[in-house]
Design a protein. Structure first.
Lengths: 345, 345
DNA sequence: ATGGACAAGTAAAACGTTTAACTAAACGAT
DNA sequence: ATCGTTTAGTTAAACGTTTTACTTGTCCAT
């Protein structure tokens, strides 16, 4: 593969001139410029971003770490990130962690090694101390996690999970439900905790005794929703409404219910969280809490760009928190107690 | 950030020794080794893969280019690729092209610049000449596309699309269907063409006149399936069976049908292609043709590793084609003409 | 004593860019 | 004529590794 030196030799100029022709940072006479450009074409010269990165200490690469690219929720975020990355001549580097601590660490270490200019870390499960450690020399924005310690190197974006699930609970209550079950996400991830808290808190306010609620915890996956729902169906008396920690789980729960020949929403109401694209497409369509996924990806990348800029200019950059608003979306998988009874009759 | 020189200075050794401690390629006395290692820890030294890549002309990076990461079909492939990449200390670099020629080119160019050791190109739409051009100096394996020209730098993996859709057609025929519509994928992508051919060919063999079939072509997306199906429903007489080019389209088609209060499968049968995870979960579950997605991702990465190895060792490497077998999966969205009529009655 | 073989570590040249510092030429203003 | 100033281009030193070729020292056989 041809390099700058080769081009320079063949064009009879110095490497500096070739570099200037490419970057346009300095004036090069039209004649020389032309000559250099044709030589580059002839030799099929391709500049090495590796050498460039090494020299300028910048890669125009950002890392994106998500737990599971197969979950449309994360895929949407990834597209949001990518869209603004590309507009700013950045390339995105996507990896899965599988929600696994060790793989999160390995991946971040690898990102650092490859000299990414920054990282977007979605729903990380590693402990906060480690996050701080990795953010050294590598600006980071964290999506979907509440951080307790303020770290000026890290920005944070999250949806108002508490409010979202509280609204959902309020909706259940106002439509007459009074026996609940929750299929919460893993309780070591703050997002899952907040959703559960928001839901339960609302019930407490309404005076529903905690003993009336059945709370389960599992991974944010279809299979787990399915499995836990089977347990819930054995409860007596059976809950009238089920809140799943995300849409994948809610979907799994719905399948479990159907498999047991119980009808949704006539005999039991189910709601999720996320509003991924298929939630509107399954039958019955899923009541859920909308999160702006694409937008939060975009916002994450925008914040990261500013943080990178700040680092380059040596400016002090404060930590920023952005709370995005969630929105209750009522669809066909939930129904008021009254009409449920009608359906059952 | 500390570099090797800093470590060497503080440990009172040469950079070469530090390098040897890290790589273990040469013997270093235990005393020195220990000293160097503690200094590295103290300084939080992190080796630069950029400098390493530049020097050894290898990045341990592979590029993965897919049209749409939001489509679970590609997400599954990505996981397959990633799983064997990680096992071999490779990192994966994922990008979307949106099925857009220009973005495919930009991305491949960028991959090259970042010095990836190879590329996996899924369902590329650019012309073959360009593929050949990009594969120079960057081993490539192409998934989901039939190539007409043999190029020793490129390996090819595809599913037997022709056979898969032929089997599907045979299934329709054997269950009594005789008026068909196809919602084919874009006819500039060979995979879409082959699927359509396999289907139509089988009908021709069965003596169904071509005039009896209605063929439409659109993007491989939910919205397109939806839109085209609306058109199909206006046809008189209405087709009894519809073949969609992939599951996303089939799903869209199913929604369009339901919206018009037509029942699946009682009044019309619908089938897709891919067998993505949700095909089994929608109601009615989707008859489709299974493709080994995760496995083809794995295979792609394995072939790529061999090709990379071959390039390093300067060995001549022939092009390889791997045809994976597809498999008809009959579920609830299709039904025989007889039972359909019963359902309608 | 001398020389050769081996062991343990070092010096320095790459890899392909960018860029600060320099040179040489051309041009006006004095 | 002389002295800046500007212009157009070059030289060479980085960036942080890897690795070849070299140095030094030790040990052993002669």
């Amino acid at each position: 593969m041809a390099n700058m030196k080769d081009v320079a030799r063949l064009a009879g100029v110095s490497v500096a001139t070739v570099s200037n022709v490419i970057s346009g940072r300095k004036y090069v006479s039209p004649a020389l410029k032309e000559r250099v450009e044709t030589v580059m074409k002839e030799m099929r010269y391709r500049p090495s971003k590796i050498a460039r990165s090494l020299k300028i200490q910048r890669s125009f690469l950002v890392g994106l770490l998500v737990p599971d690219i197969t979950n449309p929720y994360f895929a949407e975020i990834a597209r949001g990130v990518e869209s603004v990355a590309l507009k700013n001549d950045y390339q995105m580097f996507l990896c899965n962690s599988d929600g696994n601590h060790a793989r999160e660490e390995i991946t971040l270490e690898s990102f650092h090694g490859h000299g990414v200019d920054g990282v977007i870390n979605v729903a990380p499960r590693m402990e906060e101390g480690l996050l701080a450690h990795f953010s050294e020399g590598m600006p980071m924005v964290i999506v979907d996690r509440h951080l307790s310690i303020v770290n000026p190197l890290i920005d944070v974006i999250y949806t108002n999970n508490f409010k979202g699930s509280a609204e959902l609970a309020a909706h259940f209550l106002s439509t007459g439900h009074n026996r609940f079950a929750c299929i919460a996400g893993p309780q070591d991830v703050p997002t899952a905790v907040r959703r559960l808290q928001g839901f339960c808190n609302q019930l407490t306010i309404a005076g529903i005794p905690a003993s009336r609620n059945h709370i389960f915890s599992a991974e944010f996956k279809y299979e787990d929703g399915f499995r836990v729902m089977k347990e819930i169906l054995k409860l007596k008396p059976r809950p009238t409404a089920v809140f799943a920690g995300n849409d994948m789980m809610a979907w799994g729960a719905m399948e479990a219910v159907l498999e047991e020949k119980v009808r949704v929403p006539e005999e039991i109401s189910i709601a999720g969280f996320d509003n991924v694209f298929f939630s509107n497409l399954v039958v019955p369509s899923l009541t859920t809490v909308h999160q702006p996924k694409f937008e939060s990806g975009q916002l994450a990348m925008e914040l990261l760009l500013e943080k990178i800029q700040g680092k380059i200019e040596g400016k002090p950059c404060k930590t920023r928190r952005r709370e995005l608003d969630s929105q209750l979306i009522v669809r066909d998988s939930t129904r008021s107690i009254q009409t449920m009874k009608e359906g059952t009759a």
